[in-house]
Design a protein around this ligand. Structure first.
Ligand SMILES: [Zn+2]
Length: 217
């Protein structure tokens, strides 16, 4: 079977997603770039936590399946937009992390100057405009956010993380949900907005981030 090792990588990361509480049922999907304009992605209506090599199909840059007669995931447009926008990206993970979704359902965004760990990992965490999940139009809202960030919250829907390779994208997704979870916990304890980091504290954090190269973007 073509791209056997890439299929196995997707299967392995996919298994971790429901365990980490990032998906349920048929939520979420993973893709990797296997050639300049060929991408391995789950077929429609598969479960990301229990994929088999057969559940993955190869699509071209237009989203057409080239090696099978099944349909690819309805969220392939979002993956393709990420690859188009970021030529440095070779893996995309989409999940439905509960705290990321809850934050956006509440009409809140993640402030860039509150949580040092989040600054080091992401610099900032943007939330996209709202769009109907699973539509080609819906994929458009991620382009202006993913262009300079590796992880974004999809408004009232989920999250998207990208990386140079699949492990990098996975670490981003796992970290994203964790920092948002802690932000929500702290916000509940405080009963509202949290104290902001000073300009000087932010400048030092961004300097550390640049020096140690935590995260591509
Ligand atoms: Zn989704």
């Amino acid at each position: 079977m073509q791209y056997a090792s890439e299929r196995q990588q997707i299967i392995d990361i996919g298994r971790r997603m429901p365990v980490a509480g990032l998906v349920t049922a048929t939520d979420g999907n993973i893709s990797v770039r296997v050639a300049e304009d060929r991408f391995l992605i789950s077929a429609s209506a598969t479960q990301v936590g229990s994929l088999t090599p057969d559940d993955l199909v190869v699509i071209d840059a237009e989203g057409t399946v080239v090696d099978d007669d099944r349909r690819a995931s309805s969220e392939r447009w979002m993956h393709l937009t990420a690859y188009q926008t970021r030529p440095d990206v070779n893996a995309v993970i989409h999940a439905h992390p509960p705290h990321c979704i809850a934050l956006s359902l509440a009409g809140l965004t993640f402030p860039p100057d509150v949580f040092p760990d989040a600054v080091l990992a992401f610099e900032s965490i943007p939330t996209t405009d709202y769009a109907t999940p699973g539509t080609k139009e819906g994929a458009g809202v991620i382009a202006d956010k993913i262009v300079n960030r590796d992880a974004v919250i999809l408004n009232k829907h989920g999250a998207l993380a990208v990386g140079e390779h699949l492990d990098a994208a996975w670490l981003k997704m796992e970290k994203l949900e964790q920092v948002v979870r802690m932000y929500i916990m702290a916000r509940q304890l405080a009963g509202g907005d949290l104290p902001r980091l000073t300009d000087e504290q932010m400048a030092k954090l961004l300097e550390v981030r640049r020096t140690y190269g935590i995260g591509k973007k």
